[in-house]
Design a protein around this ligand. Structure first.
Ligand code: NAD
Length: 330
């Protein structure tokens, strides 16, 4: 049953790159926070701003109207749920848990089925927008769950995200699926674009000419038009989103495909190419470093010559802004 009282006390577990910005925005919006992280120092600024510290996930749950988790992987989420110090031990019957991590539905499905009699409200609400979107409250949020629960929590989401881009995408698990499919398609675009540009350049076509022709063709994509420019213009492979996390997301995509019984040959190949780049360049390399594999293969850095036109046109400026804002998979 949905509580008619709007939530005011938010429990938040996971104060990392994303969670730190999200909690700051919740605090600014006037919510009482009760927080936990395995790194207590990550809560210092929040506590100075009036947040309460809880020693365990159970204590977070006991003191809040809704508990939000923002943790690296399903394994980390599982770790804060169970046992005498876990969220489920502290949550009252009818209590609410929202997982905003990029994850797969299994963990939440198990929580719902094993606690069916308790009337828990469980939502998945993963996000896009990177740490900068978390910091400035402009995240895109994909919510899966019951409509009444989504409506009840909408003001909480709006404190962290762009109201226009907070989407209720379906029932339980739909949020996780949408987020994973967005990342999967973007990573696939990246690998396909790297391959095509490398072959074309190796065949003797000028890079700028090739890109212009692709943009003007039915094969155009947001990736080739905008996102690849961070490499082509500046050799920036986006260390803001580590390839280790990209590989995690790709692995979860494959897990999801397996769980629903759909072969994922192409996604599997993209995942392997990402894993090769991770092995070669390290966990902290940027999410776009698979392009470097191709550059090394052809012995050419894919770079555009600096733009020598005297004054940028408004259209070119808009394209650059779009690349910066919507750029990357995270
Ligand atoms: P992060 O590693 O920066 O932060 C995770 C936090 O969880 C850390 O502060 C860590 O100490 C804490 N933590 C880990 N285990 C814990 C436990 N058992 N109990 C309490 N705290 C624990 O990760 P992040 O970049 O904030 O990402 C979080 C999630 O958001 C991931 O699923 C990621 O894929 C997703 N995501 C990240 C980005 C991005 O750009 N970084 C963008 C969109 C989505």
């Amino acid at each position: 049953m949905t509580s008619p009282t709007p939530p005011t006390r938010i429990g938040f577990i996971g104060l990392g790159n994303m969670g730190s910005g999200m909690t700051r925005n919740l605090q600014r919006a006037g919510y009482q926070l009760i927080v936990n992280d395995i790194r207590p120092d990550s809560a210092e600024a929040l506590i100075a701003g009036g947040a309460l510290w809880a020693d365990s996930p159970a204590a977070v749950a006991a003191g809040s109207d809704v508990v939000i988790t923002m943790l690296p992987t399903p394994r980390h989420v599982e770790a804060v749920l169970h046992g005498s110090t876990g969220i489920l031990a502290g949550l009252a019957d009818g209590g609410a848990w929202v997982d905003m991590s990029t994850s797969v539905p299994e963990v939440a499905n198990r929580v719902r089925s094993e606690n069916a009699a308790r009337g828990l409200r469980v939502l998945d609400a993963p996000v896009s927008g990177m740490a900068v979107g978390a910091a400035n409250g402009r995240l895109q949020i994909f919510v899966g769950g019951d409509p009444a629960d989504v409506a009840w929590l909408r003001p909480v989401f709006e404190a962290m995200g762009d109201p226009e881009r907070i989407l209720h995408v379906g029932g339980h698990g739909a949020g996780y699926a949408v987020k994973l499919m967005i990342n999967q398609l973007w990573f696939s675009h990246l690998v396909a674009t790297a391959e095509v540009l490398s072959i074309g350049v190796k065949a003797g076509v000028d890079l700028a000419t090739l890109r212009t022709a692709l943009i003007a063709s039915p094969a155009n994509s947001n990736f080739i038009e905008h996102d690849v420019l961070s490499i082509l213009n500046g050799g920036d492979y986006d260390e803001g989103f580590a390839i280790a996390l990209a590989c995690k997301d790709l692995g979860l995509s494959i897990d999801l495909a397996r769980a629903v019984g759909v072969p994922a040959e192409l996604s599997g190949l993209v995942e392997q190419i990402y894993r090769r780049a991770r092995a070669q360049y390290g966990d902290r390399a940027g999410e776009m470093t698979p392009v470097r594999l191709y550059e090394e293969l052809i012995g050419v850095d894919l770079r555009l010559a600096p733009d020598t036109s005297p004054v940028p046109t408004p259209a070119a400026g808009a394209a650059t802004a779009a690349a910066t804002e919507t750029g990357l998979a995270a």
